[in-house]
Design a protein around this ligand. Sequence first.
Ligand SMILES: Cc1ncc(COP(=O)(O)O)c(C=O)c1O
Length: 393
Amino acid sequence: MFDLGRAFAAEGKHPIDLSLGNPTVKPPTAYYDALQNILTESRSSLLNAHAYMPNAGYPATRARVAADVAKRFGLPFTGNDIIMTVGAANALDASLRTAIEPVFLPDGTIRTRQDDVIVTAPYFVEYDHYIKQNQGRVVVVHATDQFMLNVDAIEVVLSKYTAAILINSPNNPTGAVYDEQSLQKLARILQKKEQETGHTIAVIEDCPYDQLIFQGHTFASILPYYKHTLYVTSLSKSLGIAGERIGFIAVNPDWKDDGELVRNALVANMRTRVVNAPALPQRVIERIGILHTGEIRTYEKRINRLADVLKELHFRFPTPQAAFYLFAELPPQFADEKEFRQKAHEGNEPLLYTPGAAFGSSKYARYVRFSACASDEEIERAVGKLRAICHRN
Ligand SMILES: Cc1ncc(COP(=O)(O)O)c(C=O)c1O
């Protein structure tokens, strides 16, 4: 998508790029202040603030993150439960590798290898790569019509080979926020399955958008209901620092049975890929914590603007509740996504978006994802372009 945008620009065109989730809202003042102070102090300090560190991250940063997640979820996290990572991507990779790899138990036995990872379509394009890279098998179930968690469908595909369930709320691409009842129900069926098979089934809860919740909605985590949960996130979206690559894994403090092994395996699996998360953003997080955000209401405003216009043009979609994406089915006047794309790319102002088929299932071949990571001016140009394409057709 980056390349396509550049290619259009090189032809002298003015692309309208609603394709990528690359944050346009800048970090809050607290972030810049902390960064500046750290650099000033580092320059005059006798100690080197940029040297190696423990693989799981600075103890002080981990303690600060633990205090903030404890506050959010009402669970007794300590620094030992937190592993700082290179964004959510690295956190997902380490979590999947840990869930899929065979585990060496203290009595010398090896836990049976399980390799199925259940994902709910539509899902973030990269999941396939993260799972396959770790020799996992992607097992796809579909979300409900309203893009909510379909727990009954998950129950059907659970087996003795299930290593993990990967859930993503708020969701990319749909902006859906899973409700607490579904998460409780999922926890209950997983506990039952664990008893039946004698295996741990990990829930990897991928939540980089959970601070970008729209007014009137609330985020619920499965953490309080399911002890074998790895909560995975990053500061990429909430602070608008995706390029700085900082995130973390929080292991449920209630994960006690094989929990120490899992915590150690997570660090080992992080270490052999990336050694540790970058130092500077960790030092910022140590000072400002994880609860600050940029002006994220800007995204909500832009999504609402797009939603109003797309409804008027007969696109079909449940209204997003969070994040900065809108996932919509094309109006019936377009034979398929290819026809829509041809029209969108025509002219001096090509409109870029992500085709629905990129989100894990051909069921979404008639869908498109628009991202509100654009300027207000770009959103207005998109509105004009969409009206032109749809009215002309
Ligand atoms: C659902 C989801 N998970 C994980 C990631 C990766 O996040 P990060 O850039 O922090 O690695 C993204 C990025 O867009 C995402 O949308």
